[in-house]
Design a protein around this ligand. Structure first.
Ligand code: HEC
Length: 141
C-alpha cells in the first residue's frame, strides 16, 4: 500500500469514528446535517472538499451534470456505491445528492431527487459501477 493510500485510509477511519460517535451522541439512527457538512463528512474523503476527485481513485463530481440527461444516468447517480451506501437516511441522501448536483456540478436536477426516489435506487445498488458507467450513453469526461 502506498503512503498516500495509508493516509487516506487513516483519515477515512477517523472520519468514520467521528461519524459513529456523532450519530450515537445524537441518539438517532442517523444524525441529520446540513448538506455542506454531510458532503465533507461522507464524500470528501474520496472526492475532495471541492468535489474535484482524485485521479485514478474517485471521479470529478464537477462533471456529473450531463448524466442527468438520461433516465439511466439519473438512476446511476443514486445507485453508485458511494451514494447508495452513504450512512445517512433517504431524506438526507436526497438533499445531499441535489446539493452536489446543484452546487458542485452546477446542474440542479429537474425534478429534484426525493427521499422516495433515492430509497428505491439505493435498494438496488450497482454490482459493477465501472461497467455500469461505461454502458451509459454519456461518456466519462
Ligand atoms: C470510499 C471512497 C468514496 C466515497 C466515500 C464516496 N465516493 Fe463517490 N465514488 C467513488 C468511486 C471510486 C467512484 C467511481 C465508481 C465506483 O467505482 O464506485 C465514485 C463515483 C461517484 C459518482 C458517479 C460519478 C461518475 O462520473 O461516474 C457520484 C455522483 C458520487 N460518487 C458521489 C458521491 C457522494 C455524493 C458521496 C458521499 C455521500 C460519495 N460519492 C462518497 C468513491 C467514493
Amino acid at each position: 500500500m502506498t503512503r498516500f493510500l495509508r493516509l487516506l485510509l487513516l483519515k477515512s477511519t477517523a472520519l468514520l469514528a467521528f461519524a459513529a460517535f456523532a450519530t450515537l451522541a445524537a441518539g438517532d439512527a442517523y444524525a441529520t446535517r446540513p448538506e455542506p457538512e454531510g458532503f465533507l463528512l461522507h464524500c470528501s474523503g474520496c472526492h475532495r472538499a471541492d468535489g474535484r476527485g482524485i485521479p485514478g481513485i474517485a471521479p470529478d463530481l464537477r462533471k456529473i451534470g450531463p448524466l442527468l440527461q438520461t433516465a439511466a444516468g439519473r438512476a446511476y447517480l443514486g445507485r453508485v456505491p458511494g451514494v447508495a451506501q452513504a450512512p445517512v437516511g433517504d431524506e438526507e441522501l436526497a438533499r445531499l445528492l441535489n446539493w452536489v448536483l446543484s452546487e458542485i456540478a452546477g446542474t440542479p436536477p429537474d425534478p429534484l431527487y426525493t427521499a422516495r426516489e433515492v430509497k428505491a435506487l439505493r435498494a438496488d445498488p450497482l454490482r459493477d459501477p465501472v461497467a455500469a458507467r461505461r454502458a451509459l450513453p454519456t461518456p466519462k469526461p
